[in-house]
Design a binder for this molecule. Structure first.
Ligand code: SAM
Ligand code: TMP
Ligand code: ZN
Length: 398
């Protein structure tokens, strides 16, 4: 039986995708070594309700060097992070000589914006992607202690799309406890289980998303580490996220938004067994519908491609058993993915310029979280008679 990584109680499994490759392990053509696989299955803690993966990928298997993800590849995301930085600058970082610390800054849009405003900042980023004051280290109590000794206490510790990936999340909370000033805050934003269930966006489930937070599970986790959940905010990015703000227990009254979200989660029975089992059943229906549609279109002689070699697409392709026979190529703007094969499924990744040469009949939008931006950029595809295939919240053509 699996044990909760937050509170050690029993975890009940509700969805099993089988053995999956690592979502960022793109391969070179001709590579023959067997791909590493792990069991991608999700469960819920019967005590603290934290939804989490049942199997953790060993650290040594994770590709922090040469990580192909770049946050600033999307204009919408770049704007989102600039806005985030400006908001923090005008609120938590508006006092005398504040210190901002980011965990997992990647290519550094938030960090860069804070730095440009002349505020003291530094980041922990093991992949060493960003320029600036970056510690190439994991954030935990020991590394936090070093920074505290050198720089003094932090006013904000911030992380986007990172804490959901850290199985030993208690170590991060301990680090925040060491580093934060008495009135400092830990702010983090990650995919929200409520949105994943609402949209049946099962492709949010992959190796680098270990936790699927709710207000209730984050509150329970915060309290175990001497913090309180004092604010929540819905974010429209990456298919629906929540930004959580944690403060030291008793230092700040929670906003009304916290009680509202907790009540909403309760009313919709977000983590009840019937909700999670119903989600798993709908995921199975999407698999059947998608494979049937792609098979029919291919048989009818239509040309199909994929758009966006996302980490999410790894779950869809490998769980549904879709390979180059149904989706011959995937277009993607990330140079380090181009010329390589998608993990497991082995579909060649080509640059977006190949999309229009000539346009296919159908394109499966794996980067559906960037739908608005991509559809606007690729308007000529639809004008030429092309159609987008989406599989969230159900399989449909637009
Ligand atoms: N914050 C960026 C964004 O939202 O687009 C990047 C998110 S990326 C999915 C996660 C980043 O966190 C990676 O660059 C990874 O190297 C880094 N990371 C993972 N675990 C970490 C840890 N314990 N401490 C610091 N950085 C970590
Ligand atoms: P993400 O869902 O993790 O943000 O990944 C988005 C992927 O889609 C990434 O590999 C880059 C790709 N992409 C494009 O190819 N064109 C675009 O316009 C955008 C926004 C993303
Ligand atoms: Zn638990």
């Amino acid at each position: 039986m699996s044990r909760c990584r937050v509170c050690s109680a029993a975890v009940r499994e509700f969805l099993d995708f089988g053995r999956q490759p690592l979502s960022s392990a793109f391969r070179s053509p001709g590579e023959t070594a067997e791909e590493f696989r792990f069991r991608l299955a999700v469960g819920i803690c019967e005590s603290c309700t934290m939804v989490q993966l049942l199997e953790e990928v060993p650290q040594a298997r994770r590709a922090h060097q040469g990580y192909p993800y770049h946050s600033s590849g999307s204009v919408v995301m770049r704007e989102h992070f600039e806005r985030t930085a400006r908001r923090l600058l005008s609120t938590e970082l508006s006092g005398g000589d504040p210190l901002f610390v980011e965990i997992g800054c990647n290519d550094g849009v938030v960090l860069g914006t804070v730095a440009a405003a002349g505020v003291r900042q530094l980041a922990f980023e093991p992949s060493g992607e960003a320029a600036g004051r970056v510690h190439r280290a994991f954030f935990d109590a020991a590394s936090a202690r070093e920074v505290r000794a050198a720089e003094g206490p932090a006013d904000v510790v911030y992380a986007a799309n990172t804490l959901c990936d850290v199985a030993d999340i208690a170590a991060v909370l301990q680090g925040a406890e060491v580093l934060l000033a008495p009135d400092g805050v830990l702010v983090f934003e990650d995919p929200y289980l409520g949105e994943i269930i609402e949209r049946t966006s099962f492709d949010q489930i992959y190796d680098e998303h270990f936790y699927y937070f709710t207000a209730r599970s984050v509150l329970a986790m915060a309290r175990r580490s001497g913090f309180d959940l004092v604010d929540v905010e819905h974010l429209p990015v990456h298919g629906g996220q929540i930004r959580y703000t944690l403060a030291r227990a008793g230092r700040r009254p929670p906003t009304a938004a916290v009680a509202e979200l907790l009540a909403e989660e309760e009313a919709r029975r977000l983590t009840a067994p019937e909700t999670l089992d119903g989600f798993a059943a709908t995921v199975g229906t999407i698999r059947t519908d998608l494979v049937k549609l792609l098979g029919r279109l291919t048989e009818e002689g239509h040309r199909l491609v994929g758009y966006g070699a996302t980490a999410k697409s790894s779950t869809v392709l490998n769980y549904c058993g879709i390979g180059p026979e149904l989706v011959p190529v995937v277009c993607d703007s990330t140079p380090s993915k181009q010329g390589r094969l998608t993990p497991g499924a082995g579909i060649p990744v080509v640059p977006p310029q190949a999309f229009s040469a000539p346009y296919p009949d159908y394109a499966v939008l794996f980067a559906w979280n960037h739908a608005e931006e991509i559809m606007a950029k690729e308007r000529a595809f639809r004008e030429a008679g092309g159609r987008w295939i989406l599989y969230v919240p159900d399989v449909h053509i637009v």
